[in-house]
Write a protein that binds this ligand. Structure first.
Ligand code: NG6
Ligand code: CA
Length: 505
C-alpha cells in the first residue's frame, strides 16, 4: 500500500521558504459539498436560507469569490482535485455509475498519498463517486473489494460508492459494505433488473418518499421509497435511509477527528447534501421556505457546525485548516419531484452567475470557497483572486514541504500564498470543463468558451449549457456572460484560444 517508499516527506528541504514548520502543520479538513451553488449560502448572498455555521467559518477565514471547480459535474471535478490532473485529459472520468471500477489507479500518486507520506492520518468520508474495485460491473459487493481507497493513500474510508441517486445504496467502510447483512446478499447491475424486483417505472405506488420526474433515469430500483439509477437486489439492513445519510457521514467524521486529535490528519469530507434525492432528516424537513432543497442546505450547514464543534471540543480547532467548497454548480430540478423550482421564491442558486451545474458558463464551475485556519489566517477577509481546485494538491504540497514524484499532479501549481489570502503571483487563468467537455479559459478579465455543436439547453433541468457553434468571449467585468464580444476583440480571442491549445497539448 505504501507505493512510493522513496518519497521522504516533511522534506522541508524541498520548499524551504514556504513549508510550514512540522510542529505547526495544521490538520486539514476538506469539506466538499455536492451541487451547492455560488449563491446558496447566506455569506454568498442567499436570503431564503440561513447558513450560520458556514457564515461563521467565513468570518473567521477568507471567502473567495473567484474560485473554480475543474468541472461542472462530480466525477471529473473530484478526479482533478485528488490527482491534480485535468479530468479532460482522461476519457474515463465522466459521471461514474455506481458499479464503475476505480478511476484513479493504484499507481497514481494522490493528494491523500501526499498527506499520508507527510505523516498525516488520512480519511475519506461521504460521497466518493470515483469508482471502486478493479473491474466495472464485476464487483462482488458481498466480499472485500479488491481495489479501493486504501490503495490511493486513505488510511480510513466510510463512503457512498457513487451518488445517493445511484445504486448500490449502502456505505462502504474500509473496502467492505458497512452493516453488511448476510441474509440479504447484494447484487448490482446497470443493465437489467433482477427478477421480481419492483422498479420506479413499473411500481410508482412504491415511491412513498419521493417521486421521480417522468422520463428521467431515477425510475429503476426502489430503495427507501425512492427510485434510483441502476438496479440492485438485497442489502437488507445495510441499505441507507436517505434521511440518515447526513447523520452517518457526520458521526463518522466526528469519530475520526476524536480518534486522531493527537496526530495531524487530513479529512476529505464529502457531503451528500445537497445532491438529489434531497430527503434530509425530519429535523430539517419542512422547515425551509424553499422546501427540500432549502432543507438540504440547512442540513449541510448543520454538518459544518458539528465538525467545527468537534474540533473545538477536541481542542484542535486553532490548528485545523478548513477548506469548504462545492464539486460543481447548482441545479434546481435534477430529476425528482421535490418542488425545488416552484419554491425558489426569488432565490438564485448560482447567485449572479449565468448557467448551472453542467454548464460551460460560470454557474457550472464557480463555487463557494472558504478557507479558515485560526492559527494561520486572520479572519474576515474576502479574496477576488482567481483560484482553481486543480491547485489545491500542489498548494498543500507547498505547505507540507512534500516531495512529489515526477509526473504526479501534472496540472497542479503551488499557490499556497493565495490560499492564505495574498493576491500576488496568482494563476493567470483557469480552465473549466462542462458536462459536454466544452472547455473554457477564464482570466480575471475575460472568458473564452470554445465552440461546440452539442445541445445549448437541457430541457428537464432547464440548464443553459453554454454550448454554441460560435466561439464565445465575455467581458468578466460585467457579471452574467450576456454579450458575446468575440468579434469585437479578435486579438484577445486569439490569445485565449492559444492558451487553450497549449493546455491541451
Ligand atoms: C446525471 C443525472 C442526475 C445526476 C447527475 C450526477 C440523469 C438524467 N441525470 O446523469 O440526476 O445524478 O448525473 O450528478 O440521470 S453529479 O453531481 O454527481 O455529477
Ligand atoms: Ca455534484
Amino acid at each position: 500500500m505504501r507505493k512510493h517508499p522513496y518519497i521522504l516527506c516533511s522534506a522541508l528541504l524541498a520548499l524551504p521558504t514556504m513549508a510550514t514548520a512540522q510542529s505547526e502543520r495544521p490538520n486539514v479538513v476538506f469539506i466538499l459539498a455536492d451541487d451547492l451553488g455560488y449563491g446558496d449560502l447566506s455569506c454568498y448572498g442567499a436570503s431564503n436560507v440561513s447558513t450560520p455555521h458556514v457564515d461563521r467559518l467565513a468570518s473567521q477565514g477568507i471567502r473567495f469569490t473567484q474560485a473554480h471547480a475543474v468541472a461542472a459535474t462530480s466525477t471529473p471535478s473530484r478526479y482533478a482535485l485528488l490527482t491534480g490532473e485535468y479530468s479532460w485529459r482522461r476519457p474515463d472520468t465522466d459521471i461514474a455509475a455506481g458499479n464503475a471500477k476505480m478511476i484513479i489507479g493504484p499507481q497514481q500518486f494522490t493528494m491523500a498519498d501526499m498527506f499520508h507520506a507527510a505523516g498525516y492520518r488520512t480519511a475519506a468520508i461521504g460521497k466518493w463517486h470515483l469508482g471502486l474495485g478493479d473491474k466495472t460491473g464485476q464487483q462482488d459487493w458481498n466480499a472485500p473489494l479488491p481495489c479501493g481507497l486504501q490503495d490511493i493513500g486513505f488510511d480510513y474510508h466510510y463512503i457512498m460508492a457513487a451518488t445517493a441517486d445511484r445504486v448500490p445504496c449502502v456505505f462502504i467502510e474500509n473496502g467492505f459494505v458497512a452493516n453488511y447483512d448476510p441474509e440479504a446478499p447484494i447484487e448490482v447491475s446497470y443493465e437489467r433488473n433482477f427478477e421480481g424486483e419492483p422498479t420506479g417505472k413499473d411500481n410508482p405506488e412504491l415511491l412513498y418518499n419521493l417521486k421521480a420526474c417522468p422520463n428521467h433515469g431515477h425510475n429503476m430500483s426502489i430503495v427507501n421509497g425512492i427510485g434510483r439509477i441502476g438496479y440492485m437486489k438485497g442489502g437488507g439492513k445495510a441499505l441507507w435511509k436517505d434521511e440518515d445519510i447526513a447523520d452517518s457521514i457526520t458521526s463518522h467524521a466526528i469519530r475520526f477527528i476524536e480518534e486522531n486529535r493527537d496526530e495531524p490528519f487530513f479529512l476529505y469530507l464529502c457531503t451528500n447534501d445537497i445532491h438529489v434525492p434531497r430527503f434530509p432528516h425530519e429535523r430539517f424537513r419542512g422547515k425551509n421556505m424553499m422546501g427540500l432543497r432549502g432543507d438540504a442546505i440547512a442540513q449541510f450547514d448543520w454538518t459544518v457546525g458539528q465538525i467545527t464543534a468537534a474540533l473545538e471540543k477536541a481542542g484542535i480547532a486553532d490548528n485545523t485548516l478548513i477548506v469548504l467548497t462545492s464539486d460543481n454548480g447548482p441545479v434546481v430540478n435534477d430529476g425528482y419531484e421535490d418542488r425545488a423550482e416552484e419554491l425558489l421564491q426569488g432565490h438564485s442558486p448560482a447567485g449572479p452567475l449565468r448557467g448551472n451545474k453542467y454548464s460551460a458558463f460560470e454557474g457550472g464551475t464557480r463555487v463557494p470557497f472558504i478557507v479558515a485556519w485560526p492559527n494561520g489566517i486572520q479572519g474576515g477577509k474576502e479574496s477576488r483572486t482567481l483560484m482553481s481546485h486543480i491547485d489545491l494538491f500542489a498548494s498543500f504540497g507547498e505547505m507540507l514541504g512534500a516531495r512529489i514524484p515526477k509526473g504526479a499532479c501534472p496540472d497542479s501549481r503551488p499557490h499556497w500564498a493565495n490560499l492564505m489570502g495574498s493576491d500576488r503571483d496568482a494563476r493567470p487563468y483557469v480552465v473549466e470543463q462542462s458536462l459536454s467537455h466544452t472547455l473554457s479559459i477564464r482570466t480575471p478579465e475575460w472568458k473564452y468558451i470554445e465552440p461546440s455543436n452539442r445541445r445549448a439547453f437541457m430541457e428537464l433541468e432547464k440548464v443553459e449549457t453554454g454550448n454554441s457553434p460560435e466561439p464565445q468571449l465575455y467581458d468578466m467585468s460585467i457579471e452574467g456572460e450576456r454579450e458575446n464580444v468575440a468579434t469585437k476583440h479578435p486579438e484577445i480571442l486569439q490569445q485565449l484560444q492559444e492558451i487553450l491549445e497549449q493546455e491541451r497539448k
